[in-house]
Write a protein that binds this ligand. Structure first.
Ligand SMILES: Nc1ncnc2c1ncn2[C@@H]1O[C@H](COP(=O)(O)OP(=O)(O)OP(=O)(O)O)[C@@H](O)[C@H]1O
Ligand SMILES: [Mg+2]
Length: 606
């Protein structure tokens, strides 16, 4: 039995939409560029008109110039022919130029919109999705949709125009022959219909396979150390091959059908030409039709069937775009954070930092409740310490404050204002967060700290770094503040990363601060130094501290003991000791142990 998950199964499947809906919505992106669109189609039409002259001039050359022995006309006719060719290709060149501009403008706009939208999704949206899948949508699917839109409108209108134009020309020249030439049309139309109806499914499968492959790749690149540590290279080779194979099969599935469909359509078209040659040949032999007319007819017919072929390719492109478009619109249509249209208030300034949780309850998605009846009151400037065994809900509790998740019951207020009714920017602007896993962006140390306040001066930057006890190690780095930290900050140690992320939060200078195990990966001496600095900095700010060591929380104004999503004890260190409950038992364990170890030794679990 293979332990591999079935490859190619999408993590999130896009809602099915009609080609028309996808096209209609894409067309909106053409609106800002009416002149580029008109230019593209205009050039295509002029190029087409120029090419219309070619068969007629050929006919004239054979019937009048050659058969009529008019040597004097040969040069002018040929010059006219060259002129027509030149015009055709000049317009073509211009069209390619303009349409590429249009295409890149539109791709840029759409991609920017998709990204902007993506950033404003609730945290929960990302919990449910794989980054590789979202990346595929923003990078690959956007391209595919746009290519179909631009090439579609352009080639589609040109192909249609030439098909109609040539058909008119043919019937005008010789209705009987023209009717013969049209005989394969029903077959072509039937083929196109069948292809349209079935292709979407195959394209969808292929896009999902591409996404699944990117998802695995992204995950594995992030987990490369784990792959090595567990010696899973061969195992991962297999998993990768499985996904790559699903993509291969998906793509071949499309190509297999295309390999039959496209030549079959071309054969049907070829049959039309052969039929025409057959009947036309007899007419010429009988002398009822001039040779040049037959040649012109054949040349026009080529101009009839090749745009037919183009319409078929276009159909292929449309089906690909439909599958890709569904995936793109899934992002554009998903509700962003607080999307219900209620006007949002700003947080009244200056913010004093009084935080109240009023009977707050919360559960992730459809899962069980993680927090129940959380009631707390942090007065401005107070330090609230939260302790509890692992999984008790400490991080969840503080993540509700900047509205990373919305409470499912009760409400949270800051200075008396319900945070659920606030505009997210003003809410988050006033909360500094050091999250449990320190995340740094792939840039320099300086850029990472400045993320807290982009316009901070050099002195402010260094003051923040000093307060976080990061300055000393930063200046010892090869390029000091300009050292690149690598992806997610891999080039720094865990403690260094933490201190950079504390500096970043301090630089933000917000009246409310959330420190989730901010000092977990630094040694006791450094923690004490950071703690002293924080004490100074936390003065005048309301802070929520989920601490790793007992020493950190003893100074807190309030200590909340969280267990299984509920606050089971609360008070100051002394009050809690006097209560002689869980906290007191924790405190009596030998001093060096971390809080986790203390809980463990008591056998208390989240
Ligand atoms: N994004 C999420 N989606 C679903 N469930 C989650 C999510 N994050 C946490 N949980 C669950 O919620 C519960 C509380 O998690 P939380 O991270 O708040 O615990 P914690 O007290 O911070 O633990 P620790 O001390 O280990 O950091 C856990 O049971 C966890 O499995
Ligand atoms: Mg946590």
């Amino acid at each position: 039995m293979s332990t591999h998950p079935p490859a190619g199964i999408p993590l999130t499947s896009a809602k099915s939409r009609s080609t028309r809906e996808v096209l209609r919505r894409m067309t909106v992106y053409l609106r800002p560029y009416p002149w580029l669109a008109v230019g593209t189609i205009g050039c295509a039409v002029f190029s087409l008109l120029a090419s219309f002259a070619f068969p007629k001039l050929g006919q004239f050359a054979i019937d009048v110039v050659i058969n009529g022995q008019r040597a004097d006309l040969l040069a002018p006719v040929m010059l006219a022919l060259i002129g027509a060719l030149l015009l055709r290709d000049l317009f073509n060149s211009l069209r390619i130029f303009i349409s590429n501009h249009l295409e890149q403008h539109v791709i840029f706009d759409l991609r920017r919109d998709v990204y902007a939208r993506l950033q404003r999704m609730p945290v929960d949206y990302f919990d449910q999705r794989a980054s590789g899948d979202l990346m595929t949508r923003v990078v690959e699917d956007v391209n595919s949709v746009e290519r179909a839109l631009i090439d579609g409108t352009e080639q589609g209108s040109v192909a249609l125009l030439s098909v109609v134009g040539v058909a008119v020309m043919l019937f005008w020249m010789n209705p009987a022959l023209a009717a013969v030439a049209m005989l394969p049309l029903p077959v072509l139309a039937g083929g196109a219909l069948w292809y349209t109806l079935t292709a979407h499914r195959r394209y969808r499968r292929q896009r999902e396979a591409a996404s699944a492959l990117n998802t695995l790749l992204m995950d594995n690149l992030q987990g490369v150390r784990q792959i090595k540590a567990f010696g899973r290279e061969v195992h991962e080779d297999g998993r990768f091959a499985l996904r790559a194979d699903a993509l291969r099969q998906g793509t071949l599935g499309i190509m297999r059908v295309w390999a039959v469909y496209s030549p079959a359509m071309s054969f049907a078209g070829g049959l039309g030409v052969a039929l025409l040659l057959w009947l036309g040949g007899r007419l010429v032999l009988r002398g009822t039709m001039p040779m040049g007319e037959l040649v012109a007819f054949l040349l026009y017919l080529r101009m009839f069937y090749s745009p037919m072929g183009q319409l078929h390719s276009l159909n292929q492109m449309m089906q690909a775009a439909r599958a890709a478009g569904e995936r793109v619109f899934d992002i554009l249509d998903a509700p962003v954070e607080r999307a219900n249209g209620v006007p949002r208030l700003p947080l009244a300034e200056p913010v004093r930092g009084e935080v109240v949780y009023d009977n707050v309850g919360f559960g992730y998605g459809a899962g069980a409740e993680v927090l129940r009846n959380i009631t707390l009151h942090a007065r401005p400037g107070e330090m609230i310490a939260i302790v509890g065994p692992t999984g008790a809900g400490k991080s969840t509790l503080v993540n509700l404050l900047p509205a990373f998740y919305e409470p499912t019951a009760g409400r949270i207020t800051i200075d008396g204002q319900d945070t659920g009714k606030l505009a997210l920017e003003t809410l988050r602007q006033h909360i500094g967060v050091v999250s449990q896993e320190a995340f740094l962006f792939n840039g320099t140390v300086r850029e990472n700290i400045l993320y807290g306040r982009l316009d901070a001066t050099k002195t402010e930057l260094q003051a923040a770094a000093q307060a976080a006890h990061a300055h000393e190690f930063i200046i010892r780095l090869p390029d000091g503040y300009d050292t690149k930290v690598g992806e997610r900050g891999v080039k720094l140690s865990g403690g260094e990363k933490q201190r950079v992320s504390i500096a970043r939060a301090l630089l933000k200078n917000a009246p409310i601060l959330v420190l989730d195990e901010a000092t977990a990966s630094v040694d006791t001496a450094t923690e004490r130094l950071i703690q002293e600095a924080l004490d100074r900095l936390l003065a005048g700010r309301t802070s929520f501290v989920i601490a790793h060591r007992f020493s950190t929380i003893q100074r807190a104004d309030q200590i909340l003991v969280l267990r299984r999503g509920e606050i089971v004890e609360r008070g100051t260190h002394e009050q809690l000791l006097a209560q002689d409950g869980l906290y007191a038992r924790l405190a009596h364990i030998q001093n060096t142990a971390t809080i986790e170890e203390r809980f463990e030794s008591l056998g208390v679990t989240g």
